[in-house]
Design a binder for this molecule. Structure first.
Ligand SMILES: [Zn+2]
Length: 292
């Protein structure tokens, strides 16, 4: 049986307490990470932290502006990428930049001049640079085909806007100031052929994983809602994708409902997080994704 001395504070905890309590994380980053991180730190201004960005050390990103520090980074060590999510503490940030395992990261941090909790016998060789530019993945045609088949199925299940069940769509358009009865007769047939109302459209989303401090890897179904389905056609006139607008029972976009639902499933209190978080991570009716 292993022997545990409960009175000994683990090294990582001593490191974390020292850095958190003395706002040392940016100093630690300066010692261990070079490249773009050095630039971020030298330009760091807590009130305008969102203005300075660089390529993400994990996934790169096309614009070179996916990643940045947060208002409280000196105290928490946290950083954020708009696709990878939050690196919620200094260890995660360091690990994102260096690829070190947690234990290794703890040792290197503890051995910095800033922290000085252990003697440095470091073999660390210098600043780490971000990974190379992200490249678009190859299109998985099989997956595209399955998606198209699902889209066809959902559209098949949905109701015509001319049916009783389809009336919610009229409310939705009415709420937006659009009177469907004014569509020109020559267009109406095509419109009703391409737009229908699904009464229980599943909504899949990546919820927050508190263990990793990121969005979960697999999406889960968080709601079944009425939804307006409209075919998007390619220039040849073929059905290429299905646009889905999730609706409330009274004919408005269900954005707020889905956000609430997402927070419930993610175990997040929406009042305790900044609006910018919602902007980056919330499910949104504009970003339609139908998963399985
Ligand atoms: Zn990233």
């Amino acid at each position: 049986m292993p022997y545990y001395n409960q009175n000994t504070t683990p090294l990582w905890r001593s490191v974390k307490e020292k850095c958190d309590n003395n706002n040392l994380w940016l100093n630690v980053f300066s010692e261990l990470i070079g490249g773009d991180m050095a630039q971020l730190i030298s330009n760091f201004d807590p009130s305008k932290h969102a203005r300075t960005k660089c390529a993400c050390p994990v996934h790169g990103g096309k614009t070179g502006k996916a990643y940045g520090l947060l208002k409280h980074s000196a105290q928490s060590g946290a950083s954020v990428c708009n696709s990878c999510g939050i690196f919620s503490n200094g260890f995660d940030t360091i690990m994102a930049w260096t690829n070190w395992e947690f234990k290794t990261a703890v040792k290197y941090i503890a051995a910095t001049k800033t922290v000085g909790l252990i003697q440095s016998n470091s073999t660390y060789l210098g600043p780490t640079t971000p990974k190379p530019e992200w490249k678009a993945p190859e299109i998985d045609w099989e997956a595209e085909k399955r998606k198209h088949e699902r889209n066809l199925k959902y559209f098949e299940e949905a109701y015509s806007l001319e049916s009783n069940q389809g009336q919610l769509a009229w409310h939705y358009f009415g709420n937006r100031g659009i009177d469907l009865s004014k569509i020109a007769p020559k267009n109406i047939k095509r419109f009703f052929g391409d737009v229908k109302l699904h009464t229980k459209m599943p909504y899949w989303a990546y919820v927050w994983d508190h263990d990793t401090g990121k969005l979960a890897e697999k999406p889960v179904m968080i709601a079944k809602l009425p939804a307006l389905l409209s075919w998007i056609r390619n220039p040849k006139g073929q059905k290429s994708n299905l646009h889905v607008t999730y609706l409330t029972e009274d004919g408005f976009k269900a954005t707020d409902f889905l956000w609430q639902q997402w927070c419930d499933v993610s175990d997040i209190d929406p009042d305790e997080i900044p609006a910018s978080f919602r902007k980056k991570f919330a499910p949104d009716t504009k970003k339609i994704a139908i998963f399985h």
